[in-house]
Design a protein around this ligand. Sequence first.
Ligand code: NAP
Length: 283
Amino acid sequence: MYQLIDGKAISQEIKAELKEKVESLRQQGIEICMAVIQVGSDAASSVYVNNKEKACAYIGIRSLAYRLPEETTEEELLKLVRELNAREDVNGILVQLPLPRQINEEKILLTIDPSKDVDGFHPMNVGNLSIGRPGFVSCTPAGVIQLLKRSGIEIEGKECVVLGRSNIVGKPMAMLLLRENATVTVCHSRTRNLKEITRRADILIVAVGKPKFIDADYVKEGAVVIDVGIHRNEDHKLCGDVDFESVASHVSAITPVPGGVGPMTIAMLMNNCVESIEKSRTL
Ligand code: NAP
């Protein structure tokens, strides 16, 4: 029988802890404020932005919402980011991706003050992670580490395989596992003999971006499987990068989709906002 790793419960536990922390900061006269910028009205982005605002409200973080029209220019967005960088009452800045075509995402992300970069995408934070210095860590991989730790799954010394090498999931995931003293292998689209490598994993983290890509053939008996993927299938139901039905019978622990990694991303964003108070003094 496998252990179902409950991301919903663990994310709620983290948010409740943060709520307490924020209350104690408030009693010391410290308020946390996060600015969330959305450009255009992409439906998925609107859902994410609303969920972030709701989480802020629950925890006691003040959120400033900027909903800008689709035709916003790069210069206008840069101006807003620079204004928010300069505001002492704003601790975190989040620009919801994707941005409309006329705006260069990289240019915007590079303009965000690294000490307010609660998404952890700025090269300074990415660099800090890779050399073991403090900084903001990308929320989804940070959430995976919390899922493992809070489910009592040891990471140190384990053979961990990360499937995917994106800048927001795969690469920071590998760095975080290394920081936890795992032995880490990263696979991608040019990897040869993929099944042989994934079958070595004690902990397999899947961020391949392809629905139900991983079946039982890719997984060692008794492994822990973390599914980062999120897709809608033909019936509009959510599914992950892992074929849960095929894999579940021979793993020791697994995350479901929905209710696994997904809820952790927002919880870790909230964690970064709370930590931004300390980061503003050290970065
Ligand atoms: P991505 O940027 O598309 O990266 C996918 C990675 O998988 C790439 O490194 C790619 O290799 C590799 N890949 C693709 N096909 C492969 C194959 N056949 N064999 C081996 N490797 C292959 O995706 P992402 O942004 O990292 O996201 C991954 C998944 O996580 C998506 O389903 C996304 O929706 C989900 N996600 C969820 C959350 C959450 O909060 N739960 C957050 C972020 C992302 P190359 O580098 O060689 O192209």
